[in-house]
Design a protein around this ligand. Structure first.
Ligand SMILES: *[C@@H]1O[C@H](CO)[C@@H](O)[C@H](O)[C@H]1NC(C)=O
Ligand SMILES: *[C@@H]1O[C@H](CO)[C@@H](O)[C@H](O)[C@H]1NC(C)=O
Ligand SMILES: *[C@@H]1O[C@H](CO)[C@@H](O)[C@H](O)[C@H]1NC(C)=O
Ligand SMILES: *[C@@H]1O[C@H](CO)[C@@H](O)[C@H](O)[C@H]1NC(C)=O
Ligand SMILES: *[C@@H]1O[C@H](CO)[C@@H](O)[C@H](O)[C@H]1NC(C)=O
Ligand SMILES: *[C@@H]1O[C@H](CO)[C@@H](O)[C@H](O)[C@H]1NC(C)=O
Length: 467
């Protein structure tokens, strides 16, 4: 009874989203193509900027993208991701009067990219002149049926249907560079797509990235493997998607002016078991710091000359309660000086990008949480300028106190670091599609990812010519 009642409620809502979605996508697709041809005819300068940057969007049957969204309430594990399809994958606004904040689910990065690439100024209809071919395939959404659903025992088949299509429909597009110029977005850690083909029965993941058929393409993922092969990591989408410069700047002003009343913030779950791990250590230290807050806070004043009314603040995000509710953690992040980014099931966290967006200095415990991942967006040689690194072994096994390390950083240094964090905000933000021209002049996470993919493909094709 209950589930039937739910379904009948969902249907009208879900249809209104998909119909809007289809219409807008078609309209947008048509208008961006039109803008493109008008601009490139009337303005030769525009096409000069596109030198070496032409992208062709491969025309895929809708079973590879839009059809996968029509079942959005029926996927295993995710009860229902229909609400997060709104606004072309940004989700619904957090509240009716919100300007730039949405309930964004990182799984929908594939949709967000697809929508944004329709605005890319150097699209071409002719694959023969393109420097790169984008595959609008919603790989992670399609993977759910293998990861959690009925197709778990055929997870080595993930992607074979796509490959067959690419070989049979206009095969010349793939053959021109044997797939080396193709790229796509896969909105889950590469780990979920790299199960060795020899695992029988399957242990975890699909084998998409292990198939020789896909060795040559470039995949943009939120987390890469330790030895990157086809993939490169790009930021998880946060909930911040401004649409014009004044909204963007209003947020930056708020971040700059915000009073940082907590020294440390940890927004997350875990660490409640008895096994020693970094999340457990963080919890212990935080619990103890409130008990001894008298001693610690006077110590803090002497050490860094900053008055924090709280040393350590934990926002409990267990059971996914923070996932689509950014207010729960963004306010505390705005009020904190340092935001802890301990690894969880995998080394990376979306929270790293939430923290940067709030001007909260990230504290990493593993290199693979960010430094070895996001080289395009967060340059590896700048990490000391905007983040703190505390090796997790030192904390978990050697008794190093996180509070001691952070309280030992002089106030002037903290200010410099925060300034560097704030400068990174546009680089990790996915601005709203259809943004004003003013905001488009700021290079955002999408722009950087496209430049990175184009460069990777240029390098690959260059190497092929040499050999
Ligand atoms: C949608 O779900 C139904 C039932 O779960 C399934 O038979 C169908 O193949 C799904 N369609 C897509 C496009 O995934
Ligand atoms: C997958 O294979 C395992 C072992 O062969 C079997 O126990 C399980 O029921 C299969 N799962 C599905 C969904 O077919
Ligand atoms: C991948 O590229 C190599 C050459 O670099 C080529 O031999 C191979 O056939 C390509 N694979 C596919 C599936 O096109
Ligand atoms: C930004 O967008 C809002 C809402 O559309 C509008 O009221 C405001 O004037 C815009 N600001 C600028 C600078 O375009
Ligand atoms: C915190 O206090 C508990 C007991 O109150 C103690 O067992 C634990 O070792 C302390 N942890 C840290 C990190 O100081
Ligand atoms: C805090 O300090 C006051 C006096 O300085 C003392 O009376 C009180 O017991 C202390 N509280 C704790 C929790 O240590």
């Amino acid at each position: 009874m209950f589930s039937m009642a739910c379904k009948t409620q969902i249907v009208p809502f879900f249809f209104s989203i998909t119909i809007h979605f289809f219409l807008l996508l078609i309209i947008d697709s048509a208008s961006s193509q039109q803008i493109l041809t008008i601009e490139s005819r009337s303005n030769p300068a525009a096409s000069e900027d596109c030198n070496n940057r032409w992208i062709h969007i491969r025309n895929l049957p809708s079973r590879f993208n839009l059809d996968l969204l029509t079942n959005c309430s029926e996927y295993p594990v995710f009860d229902d991701f229909c609400p997060y399809l709104a606004n072309h994958g940004l989700g619904q606004k957090t509240h009716a009067r919100s300007r730039s904040w949405y309930r964004t689910d990182p799984l929908l990065l594939e949709l967000i990219f697809h929508r944004r690439i329709l605005e890319y100024p150097c699209l071409t209809n002719d694959p023969g002149v393109a420097n790169a071919i984008f595959l609008p395939y919603y790989a992670a959404i399609d993977s759910l049926r293998y990861l959690y659903g009925p197709d778990v025992n055929s997870s080595s088949q993930h992607g074979m249907d796509l490959f067959e299509f690419l070989q049979s429909d206009e095969p010349g597009i793939w053959e021109r560079h044997m797939g080396h110029d193709h790229f796509l977005v896969m909105a889950r850690p590469a780990w979920d797509f790299s199960q060795p083909l020899s695992n029988d029965p399957p242990i975890w993941g699909t084998s998409f990235l292990e198939l020789p058929e896909f060795y040559n393409l470039t995949a943009l993922v939120p987390e890469g493997r330790p030895w990157p092969l086809q993939e490169h990591a790009v930021p998880y989408p946060t909930s911040f998607h401004p649409q014009n410069l004044s909204y963007f700047q209003a947020w930056i002003q708020r971040v700059k002016r915000s009073r940082r009343t907590s020294l440390i913030l940890f927004a997350g779950g875990g660490g409640i078991g008895s096994a020693p791990n970094i999340r457990r250590s963080i919890r212990n230290e935080c619990d103890n710091s409130t008990i001894n807050s008298n001693i610690s806070s006077s110590f803090n004043i002497i050490q860094s000359n900053v008055l924090h009314s709280k040393l350590c603040h934990i926002v409990d995000c267990s059971n996914g309660i923070c996932e689509h509710d950014p207010i729960r953690y963004m306010k505390p992040m705005l009020q904190a000086t340092f935001c802890l980014q301990p690894p969880g099931d995998t080394p990376t966290r979306r929270s790293t990008f939430d923290a940067i967006t709030a001007g909260c200095i990230p504290v990493f415990f593993e290199e693979s949480s960010a430094k070895t991942q996001y080289g395009w967006h967060l340059p590896a040689d700048k990490f000391a300028e905007f983040s703190v690194f505390i090796p997790k072994e030192e904390v978990v096994f050697k008794g190093l106190k996180i509070l001691d390390v952070l309280m030992g950083i002089p106030r002037s240094e903290v200010r410099r670091m925060r300034q560097s964090v704030i400068e990174l905000i546009p680089r990790v933000m996915y601005r709203r599609h259809g943004s004003s021209l003013g905001l488009r002049s700021k290079t955002d996470a999408f722009d950087i990812a496209i430049d990175g993919a184009l460069q990777t493909i240029r390098d690959k094709l260059g190497n092929m010519l040499e050999h």
